[in-house]
Design a binder for this molecule. Sequence first.
Ligand SMILES: Cc1cc2nc3c(=O)[nH]c(=O)nc-3n(C[C@H](O)[C@H](O)[C@H](O)COP(=O)(O)O)c2cc1C
Length: 321
Amino acid sequence: MTTAIDATDFRYALGQFATGVTVITSTDQEQNPVGVTASSFNSVSLDPPLVLWSLAKNSNSLAAFEQSGYFCVHVLTASQEDISQKFATKGADKFADIEWSRGEGELPLLPVYAARFQCKTTYQYEGGDHVIFVGEVIDFEKTGEPPLVFHAGRYALAKNKDSKERPGDAVDLEQGNFNDNFFLYLLSRAHYQVSFSMRQEFEKAGVNHSEYLTLTVLGMAGALSWQDLQTRIEHTGHAPDHGIMNEMQDKGLVRVTDDGKTYALTIKGRELYISFLAISKAQEEELLAGFSEAEIADVRGFLQRFIQKTDPGIPSLWQHK
Ligand SMILES: Cc1cc2nc3c(=O)[nH]c(=O)nc-3n(C[C@H](O)[C@H](O)[C@H](O)COP(=O)(O)O)c2cc1C
């Protein structure tokens, strides 16, 4: 450093400036793809449309970016920490095991992004131990996916501080419609989509909704009396009647316990219950695959509090006895 600035302090202070995270790609002289993770990206001008970023002079990709004449900026989504890490690793084979294609000027394009800007390099400036690249945007796309954020040396999520839309604003009583910010619609739609795939699974196994709920409730609780079974399932509108309980006994899924007072699963019933549990576990992984751990933890925490705060006293279907 030229002045008495402490390098660690300086880095720490700069880290207070929260940024997005991008992967910027280009090609070397043999048209091989190169790419680096960069948070130095920023907008410069609207007309002409210009953007900039800076690259460390010790980057293995410096020569490629200086010579190629093009670069492509991928603004990463909240679930792309792994891609960020990959392109920040020196010497790594960055394009192995990922999907990519070629765009303008043979530019390597990644298929997942919050926004993507294909640029023609218009200026290069000296910037101390970095080179500053300015590019004219020749094509761009955006997906609306939430972006990945970098702050104080850690990945973070962007949160709206004040939502312009207050609860209730999404519903228009005069027009008789609502938009997709309507919170209750979002909850019901999410619930519907999750239960839709589960319903297909139990129907495939020849089990109806009441039977499915009975199996899972007995699976968690062990054994329950007729009344306890009704109390737990009643609010869903799918409580089993005597006919369903007899049918489940005929199918060998449920038995009456020795004292004649409670119902429990047979070995066959328990095996079916465990197979449903395994399917739900696999479905959870599949459904959440495109979301970051932080996003999932956020929503999980919110839903736990939401359920606690709004509980009208309905019994928990699946609690242990
Ligand atoms: C979140 C994040 C942001 C980064 N931003 C930049 C940047 O703006 N410019 C830069 O030169 N390096 C930046 N880096 C470091 C490079 O990605 C890293 O040094 C990379 O390995 C350089 O690749 P190469 O030497 O293989 O070309 C960043 C790393 C991370 C994790």
